[in-house]
Design a protein around this ligand. Structure first.
Ligand SMILES: NC(=O)c1ccc[n+]([C@@H]2O[C@H](COP(=O)([O-])OP(=O)(O)OC[C@H]3O[C@@H](n4cnc5c(N)ncnc54)[C@H](OP(=O)(O)O)[C@@H]3O)[C@@H](O)[C@H]2O)c1
Length: 271
C-alpha cells in the first residue's frame, strides 16, 4: 500500500477486480482519488492491479477471497475497513458465466452461478450496509447485465442470476430512499473482457473496455439509479420483455445453438 497525493479520503471496495470491468474500474477510480480495496480469487492478478495503481500514485490493497464464500467476503471487507477506512463505495462486480444446456442439465452449475453472481453481491452488501447507514452516506453499485432483462437461451442460470441481481438491488434502492445510501444498478450489454473473449456467438454492439468503464464511472459519480448500455442493445433486449411470448420464443430460438462454447465460463483458477 502507498499513499496518494490526490487521495480524497474515500474508500471503494471492488469485487472481481482481477480482470475486465472490475480491474478497469479499480484503475479509473484510483485515479479519481479513491483508496481501493481489490478482491477476487487470483491473488497474483490482484497484486498486479495494486502495483499499477501504486505506480500511478494511488492507494490499493488486495483482499483475495471467493465471492461465493459469505464469511470470507465479510472478513475481506472488515480487513479493508481496518486498513483503509470505512467503505464509501461498494462495487459488486464479481461474476461468472456458464451455459445452461438442457442435455447436460446440472443443478450444481446453476447453484454456483447464483452463489457467485447474486449471493456474492448480497454478502458484500451485508458487510458494508450497517456502516453506511450509521454514517448516513454510501453507494452500492451492482454490476448486473442486460441478460437479466429476459430469459435468454442457453443462459438460464446466468439470466436468473442477473435478473435476480437487478431486482434485488432495485428493491434495496427503494428501501434505502432517504437514508443517504444510494444504489446504482448497471446493466451492460457486451463488453470486450476475458468473459466475452471465449464467446463464439455474435455479440451485437460490443464495446471496448475503456468507454464502457467511462460510462460506468460517470453513472457512479452522478449516483444514478441505473445505467443500461449500449442503448441500442439495451433497448432491444428490454423491448423483448413486452413481446407476446410465442413471438419472443420464436426470435430467441433463432440463436444458433451450435455456437455455444464447449465449456462455458471465463478462465479462472482451478476450483
Ligand atoms: N463483459 C461483458 O460483456 C459483460 C456484460 C454484462 C455484464 N457483465 C458482468 O460484469 C462483471 C465483470 O465481468 P467481466 O466481463 O469483467 O469478466 P471477467 O474479466 O471474467 O471478470 C470477472 C471477475 O469476477 C471475478 N470472479 C469470478 N468468479 C469469482 C468468484 N467465485 N469469487 C471471486 N471473484 C470471482 C474474477 O476474478 P477471479 O477469477 O480472479 O476470482 C474476475 O475478476 C460480471 O459480473 C459480468 O457478469 C459483463
Amino acid at each position: 500500500m502507498t499513499g496518494s497525493s490526490g487521495n480524497t479520503g474515500r474508500v471503494c471496495f471492488i469485487t472481481g477486480a482481477s480482470s475486465g470491468l472490475g480491474k478497469g474500474l479499480a484503475l479509473r477510480l484510483a485515479r479519481e482519488g479513491y483508496a481501493v480495496g481489490l478482491s477476487a480469487r487470483r491473488e497474483t492478478l490482484l497484486a498486479e492491479v495494486a502495483d499499477r495503481i501504486q505506480e500511478e500514485g494511488g492507494t490499493a490493497v488486495s483482499f483475495p477471497c471467493d465471492a461465493s464464500d459469505g464469511p470470507a467476503v465479510v472478513s475481506a471487507i472488515r480487513r479493508c475497513e481496518e486498513t483503509l477506512g470505512p467503505v464509501n463505495l461498494l462495487i459488486a462486480n464479481a461474476g461468472m458465466s456458464l451455459n445452461t444446456l438442457v442435455d447436460s442439465f446440472d443443478a450444481a452449475g446453476v447453484e454456483k452461478v447464483l452463489d457467485v453472481n447474486l449471493l456474492g453481491a448480497v454478502y458484500a452488501t451485508e458487510a458494508v450496509l450497517a456502516g453506511m447507514l450509521d454514517r448516513g452516506d454510501g453507494q452500492i453499485v451492482a454490476v448486473s447485465s442486460i441478460a437479466g432483462f429476459a430469459g435468454l437461451p442457453m443462459s438460464a442460470a446466468y439470466s436468473a442470476s442477473k435478473g435476480g441481481m437487478t431486482n434485488f438491488f432495485e428493491s434495496l434502492r427503494i428501501d434505502l430512499r432517504g437514508t443517504g445510501v444510494d444504489v446504482t444498478v448497471i446493466t451492460p450489454g457486451f463488453v470486450r473482457t476475458p468473459m466475452t473473449d471465449h464467446n463464439r456467438h455474435a455479440m451485437p454492439f460490443i464495446m471496448d473496455l475503456e468507454p464502457a468503464v467511462e460510462l460506468m464511472v460517470k453513472a457512479i459519480r452522478k449516483r444514478k439509479k441505473s445505467l443500461a448500455f449500449p442503448w441500442p442493445l439495451a433497448g432491444l433486449v428490454w423491448s423483448l420483455r413486452v413481446l407476446p411470448r410465442p413471438i419472443y420464443d420464436w426470435i430467441a430460438s433463432r440463436i444458433d445453438r451450435t455456437k455455444a462454447p464447449e465449456a462455458g465460463g471465463p478462465p479462472g483458477p482451478p476450483e
